[in-house]
Design a protein. Structure first.
Length: 207
């Protein structure tokens, strides 16, 4: 293999290209340690050593750090690692590593996500957010089943009441035009018409 290019990313970090293809990012000291110089040969054994002992190790630590920072889906973690310019094999190795400790669990993530938002957002909104975060439809459905029990209507109505309070809506004082506007707003948010109607009709009892 030939080191075709060593490109500075920062004062300390460099992108290394082997045989014309981007291979990995190394620190300045690591270039010296492995004797990496432009237009010079590098053995397959040296490349494998770098991939396993340096890049994969660093990707695992980065994945752990990202999960300490905040809970993430597998798709979001993978995207974050790819943004960090870790090669695909290191990304997959890091994903397997954190999964083996139970640190990455999309089912748990989905349940926590739904539970923390079901009293303030519609099911439709929460579903769209989960899809956007890369949660599978199967896991999203399981999370909805776990978090919305027989009191599903009550949970939805509480979410509607919270929004009405935030909007300072009072059916006793506000006119028909504002009521229609509220219906339209909540419909766009994904709330069922029947649930909105029930909350507005009984609003004074719960506000």
């Amino acid at each position: 293999m030939i080191v075709t290019r060593v490109e500075a990313l920062t004062k300390m970090k460099y992108k290394v290209y082997l045989d014309g293809q981007f291979a990995f990012v190394l620190y300045k000291g690591e270039l010296s340690r492995f004797g990496i110089k432009e237009r010079e040969d590098i053995t397959e054994q040296a490349v494998e050593k770098i991939r396993v002992e340096v890049i994969l190790k660093r990707a695992k630590l980065r994945a752990l750090h990202l999960l300490e920072d905040m809970d993430r889906t597998e798709a979001a973690l993978r995207e974050k690692l790819m943004q960090g310019m870790y090669p695909p094999d290191a990304v997959e190795g890091a994903i397997r590593y954190v999964k083996s400790f139970g640190y990455l669990n999309d089912a748990r993530y989905a349940e926590n996500f739904v539970r923390s938002r079901k009293d303030s957002k519609s099911r439709k909104e929460i579903w769209a957010m989960l899809m956007n975060k890369g949660v599978s439809a199967e896991l999203a459905e399981a999370a909805f089943e776990a978090c919305y029990d027989s009191d599903e209507d009550g949970g939805e109505q509480e979410a509607i009441r919270r929004i009405l309070r935030k909007k300072r809506y009072d059916p006793a004082e506000d006119d028909e035009a504002k009521t229609q506007k509220i219906y339209g707003y909540l419909a766009r948010k994904g709330f069922r018409y029947d649930a909105v109607r029930q909350v507005i009709q009984n609003y004074n009892h719960h506000a």
